[in-house]
Design a protein. Structure first.
Length: 308
């Protein structure tokens, strides 16, 4: 079973539920996620950011994901998260990824279209799908910090024009989510009316939600209980993600919840086992925590169990 694109996954789930797109940086993270998806028989997207590629190297992540496909028998889509220019997208297309994101969201509209179109032409010629982004999320993306004032929600009419002119296969939209662990100051709010409008103007077209971690309170509490200092963290409530999955959002991006699950578990392990120094002693429970967290998401939030 080779790596697959996201096309069939999105067709299958459209309007019913969403596929989880999980950020991966090392073997334990990949194994935890893949074990969960296998037990749930769920479609799966593993995504690699530019930072992850720098940290672990393209070839290591690529081979680990190929190994996961072979070992699990699952269909997995390997996706570049937030490609910022043509070159990184080309390098991932040439290097065996089955999907890439070109994130031209900080560019003026016409330039975002031109860049996205160029990536679409290159990727489609090689059978690779392309996600693009229109509108700006607040929060932290790699080293780029977007303030709430500089963020702007996706304009529905522009979204239609953008998709028509670029031919991109899916579109990440800004409706109030943001990257990282600090998404809302007061009450969590997403602009569902805007999402509904975009989905009605682009019927059947896959939309993507970035910054969609719930920032699970149990992991934040555990980090803090065992020496962490994560104050005021807040994510997207699970019921909002469930709702988005029925409204045309086909891909829900999750990174922060993986980071928190892993860190909370390792902090707890060291607090309770201060003499341990074999990495397997703390990476094994960390991998297990990722697995059960991802199973919970697939089953109860993404609702995409048994959607292969
Ligand atoms: O959107 C993301 C990756 O592209 C991750 O979002 P979170 O920070 O909410 O996990
Ligand atoms: O959108 C950002 C993802 O959470 C990836 O984060 P990173 O760029 O630090 O790897
Ligand atoms: Zn972006
Ligand atoms: Zn993102």
């Amino acid at each position: 079973m080779p790596l697959v694109t996201s096309t069939e996954m999105f067709k299958k789930v459209y309007g019913k539920c969403a596929v989880g797109a999980f950020n991966v940086n090392n073997m334990e993270i990949i194994q935890g996620i893949v074990d969960a998806a296998k037990e749930e028989q769920a479609p799966l997207i593993l995504q690699v950011s530019a930072g992850a590629r720098k940290y672990a190297k393209h070839i290591y992540l690529m081979k680990l994901v190929e190994a996961a496909v072979e070992d699990s028998g699952l269909s997995i889509c390997l996706h570049l998260d937030h490609g910022e220019d043509f070159e990184i997208c080309k390098s991932c297309v040439d290097g065996g990824f089955t999907s890439v994101m070109i994130d031209g969201s900080k560019l003026p509209f016409a330039e975002n279209i031109a860049l996205t179109k160029k990536v679409v032409e290159y990727a489609h010629a090689k059978g690779v799908t392309v996600e693009a982004e229109l509108g700006r999320l607040a929060g932290v993306e790699d080293d780029v910090k977007v303030s709430a004032a500089d963020s702007s929600y996706t304009d529905p009419d522009q979204a239609v024009e953008f998709v028509q002119k670029t031919g991109c296969d899916s579109l990440a939209i800004a409706i109030g989510t943001s990257h990282g662990a600090y998404k809302f100051k007061g009450e969590a709010k997403l602009d569902f009316a805007r999402l509904g409008k975009i989905a009605s103007l682009l019927p059947g077209y896959p939309l993507v939600l970035h910054g969609a971690s719930t920032v699970l309170p149990e992991f934040v509490a555990k980090c803090n209980q065992y020496g962490g200092e994560i104050k005021g963290a807040q994510g997207v409530p699970e019921e909002m993600l469930r709702k988005a999955g029925t409204m045309g959002v086909c891909k829900i991006n999750i990174d922060t919840d993986l980071r928190l699950a892993m860190t909370a578990t390792i902090r707890e392990h060291f607090a309770n086992n201060p003499a341990d120094f074999d990495p397997r002693q703390y990476l094994k429970p960390a991998r297990g925590a990722i697995k059960s967290m991802v199973k919970h998401k697939i089953r109860n939030v993404l609702n995409c169990s048994n959607q292969l």
